[in-house]
Design a protein around this ligand. Sequence first.
Ligand code: KG4
Ligand code: ZN
Length: 338
Amino acid sequence: MKSVLAIETSCDDTSVALVREDHFVECCLVASQDLAHSPYGGVVPEIASRNHSLHLLPLIDEALKRTQKSWDDILGVAVTNRPGLIGSLIVGLVTAKTLALAKNKPLIGVHHIEGHILAPFLKDETYQGPDFYDQNFLALVVSGGHTQLYQVNGYGHYINCGETIDDAAGEAFDKFAKMLKLPYPGGVHIDRLALQGNSKAYDFPRPLLKEKDFSFSGLKSSAQRLLQTLTAEEIEKEKANLCASYQKSIVDVLIAKLERAIDQTGIRNFIVSGGVSANSQLRLEADKLAQKKKCQIALPPLRYCTDNAAMIGLVGLLRLQKGETSHQDIAPIARVSL
Ligand code: KG4
Ligand code: ZN
């Protein structure tokens, strides 16, 4: 069976994957840049693109070596070409174009969000995603850069059912983590601290709870105002309670939007993906919602929640199977909806 070689460099993680025709991930390598950006408390675009150029070719060599594949086994080269940091996208796209041209393989430009939507349908040695990607389902994509809810009318047909009007959910986690002086990216640290805290200890707002769109900047400001009333010692002592309460407010909003969409559309399949879908409380509440509404749910394993090339490979594969390829002149695009 042949495979797609996939490249993801849209933000700060360099990733290369080989995804087989049956959706099986043969190899997915990620060179995280968290340590490089951590001192700045956020992604520095110039540092991200420089690191992509250092890591990308060695990762491609390593992926081919580990899977013992040659270029004869490669169906095509899939690459994220939109949206993302322009310098980061350029590194992946130019590399993919060069390889496709030199090895005479089709090139497939992929939208990063479409990758996140397809991530729960990957398969590997320990994860067997479901197969409802070509049926109707709802997709909540929550990451550091995006908070979007889609109605998917079978693979390739996306209707936007709501999005953030300001900060993304991941940004809301990361900014609160920064206020608490937790390492970057902060979502996972809030998640861990929240496990020991009481989510009812503080009453944070649940913005736009009944609306279609999301908003997290008011939540962030309210957290900032609360922290200003506390001493450094009090914050330290209350850290777990603060994290649990803040996290609960984000999770409540995300689940409420999903429930609203399930009720309005009558669709009984849903997925949650993107970096924030690694959140343990969100996964728990999403499972509960699926039970309550008798829905089929798919949550990617943690390795496919955050940015990875396997999800890009799956989109590339499905495109190729439909006979669709991209032209060599496709451009990197910083901002574009799906
Ligand atoms: O999908 P991703 O790797 O990159 C983007 O496309 O943005 O998502 C990264 C985001 C960060 O904001 C990070 O804090 C958040 O996902 N994140 C989490 C958790 N793990 C990662 N947020 C909450 N809880 C987690 N366990
Ligand atoms: Zn992402």
